[in-house]
Design a protein around this ligand. Sequence first.
Ligand code: 5AD
Ligand code: SF4
Length: 453
Amino acid sequence: MSEQKKFYIETYGCQMNFADSEVVNSILMKEGMNPVQEPESADIIFVNTCSIRENAESRVWNRLKEFRSLKKTRRDLTVGVLGCMAERIRDNILDREKLVDLVVGPDAYRDIPNLLSEVEDGRKAVNVLLSLEETYADISPVRTSGNGVSAFVSIMRGCDNMCSFCVVPFTRGRERSRPVQSILREIEELNEQGYKEVTLLGQNVNSYKHDSVDFTSLMEQVSRLNPEIRFRFSSPHPKDFPLPLLTLIAERTNLCNYIHIPAQSGSSSMLERMRRPYTREEYLELISLMKKTIPGVSLSTDIIAGFCDETEEEHQDTLSLMSIVEYDLAYMFAYSERERTLAHRKFEDNVPEEVKKRRLTEIITQQMSVQLENNKKEIGRRHVVLAEGTSKRSDQQLSGRTDTNKVVVFDKENYSKGDYVIVEITESTSATLIGKPLQAVTLSEFSHIAVYA
Ligand code: 5AD
Ligand code: SF4
């Protein structure tokens, strides 16, 4: 049926969604279909969607309208929606607007070939069932985009936390973890293909638990696979950071000294409304423990401005928490109410738009100046940078990341993509470091030479 057909996938949202698109690549290519890089040359267009905030959804709706115009000139074109918006779009296509032909939720990708045959037979095809087991463990993702140096490996799916603002438990379902052996096998394959960096992914990555293996023990096992592959993880929850995990990160050269630790707010009363299971004080204690246990650790966070009933004092608490922690990076958002969440059912989205905007701007402005100061301190330091590819500014320069996840640009000289290079930082902005390359190293030898200034 679908043989030799060309498909194009456009992905929105989090890294998990990008990883899912690679799973879909694999499923479709097994059916004999070929991926293409632009929608115009595709027979089937998939949009892998995100529901996290209103504006993420609006972008998708607009894009689907553009594809509808394309459909008018090409009657044989099929448009499918994947991912977190599936359920919403299902209601929509079954009603009236003929935007899409098939709708597939995050746990139903194996069903895409069947659904495509239904479409060929002239029916609308929908599968938005969530699963308690699906982890796509046996499917090797096909990484058609990406730099060939760093890859994402999904280790668990779903979320059981039920933060009151968040739609993810409803779009992606319950938490479930992938068997260790299948994770190790996928990393082995990446190793054979020459990848140097792997980010373990999950909506709640450090809640990983399969049989008796927890996240700390999984990290221990992956870090032993090859000392020359370095590992990151995203996105964790503050509730699952046992000391042995921090100690392991500190001890292993190939476990990056970078932790994303979403605070959401710096106010204990707000955290309670958000149904986050920690207080400001407990969060700050964990941060101190991280800084003490992992010298030089770099921290990043997620913050929401203007959640229900937020007072000026609670907002000030967020600003003060952020200035105490001095994050190297923050993802900052204005609260956007989502249907089905506890906040939608129980609270009122009552912080006026202009107040949300003003608070968000204050948060962003403060964060930018913290980053600028943090990055000024980087000047004169030396870092091991994994070169990811040619810099956007100049083809005579390479761009890569430090172990602490900071972007560094440096002269190419004789270095290549995939090399670990010691770089001395000479200049910085709030977002980027610029440096002078000194020598290529292996990660294992780096553990024996002290290069930090
Ligand atoms: N409004 C704004 N931001 C949100 N996030 C999750 N839900 C919402 C929402 N309804 C943010 C949180 C989360 C990140 C992925 O997105 O900060 O950690
Ligand atoms: Fe967006 Fe959340 Fe779904 Fe990721 S899991 S695509 S962030 S709604």
